[in-house]
Design a protein around this ligand. Structure first.
Ligand SMILES: O=C(O)CCC(=O)C(=O)O
Ligand SMILES: [Mn+2]
Length: 226
């Protein structure tokens, strides 16, 4: 084990080891990605170990101006169970995120130009069932989500309900939703009882991908789907 992997500091993280190597991108990770077929129109690519030093990246990103959003739940306003940050203009994002976006664009053939970021502070934070807007505008879309920090469950299930498929992306992995995942499926990161350390997810978006399908009316989604 490299000395740059550090055992957990008490109270800070629950994962056994943290990957604090200098941040880098392993482009060869795509070569050994797993394909999870959901149905004839949708699949997921699980790319393991794309980001080297993912805990260090998470640590660096904690200094951003994170937002605590609020939302209406029934008849009262509550804090969303996570912090969020967004780069609509990638050119002002940290250099590593720009590089990561470039890598994903090249590997997946989609020009990504925005990032929606979530910070799950611990196991009590999560994201409820939803599809991504506006990536649900085209009939098909390729939506990569890169995980940093703790391993959490990422669930995806048919839009009308039914059995969910459970993925467990570790820090540094990418989950790529492909095909009709934003139309026929809903995804979530559930809150859990088991203690978990901090996790961030980087959700990449592409204006070009949305515009390519802009003649197709996007199905309406309830406001509180995330
Ligand atoms: O955190 C994740 O892995 C997914 C988050 C997500 O789906 C979203 O913010 O749209
Ligand atoms: Mn999403």
């Amino acid at each position: 084990m490299s000395e740059k992997f550090r055992a957990d500091e008490p109270g800070l993280l629950f994962d056994r080891h943290r990957d604090l190597r200098a941040p880098a991108i392993d482009t060869t990770a795509f070569d050994s990605a797993d394909v999870i077929t959901l149905d004839e129109g949708s699949s997921i690519l699980h790319v393991r170990g794309l980001v080297i030093g993912h805990d260090e990246v998470l640590h660096q990103l904690t200094t951003l101006n994170w937002e605590q959003r609020r939302r209406w739940m029934y008849n009262r306003e509550v804090d969303e169970p996570r912090l969020t940050h967004e780069y609509r203009d990638l050119t002002v994002a940290p250099a590593f995120l720009v590089e990561l976006s470039g890598t994903l664009s090249e590997a997946l053939g989609v020009p990504y130009d925005g990032i929606w970021m979530n910070w799950y502070r611990d196991h009590r934070d999560g994201t409820s069932w939803h599809a991504d807007r506006p990536a649900n505008t085209p009939q098909t879309a390729i939506v990569p989500v890169v995980s940093l920090g703790a391993t959490r469950r990422f669930l995806i299930r048919p839009v009308d309900g039914g059995r969910s498929t459970s993925l467990t992306p570790a820090g540094g992995d990418a989950i790529v939703m492909r095909g009709r995942c934003q139309r026929d499926w809903r995804h979530s990161v559930p809150k859990q009882r088991t203690p978990a350390a901090a996790r961030m997810s980087l959700n990449f978006s592409s204006t070009a991908q949305v515009l390519a399908g802009s003649d197709e009316p996007a199905p309406s989604l309830p406001n509180n789907t995330r």
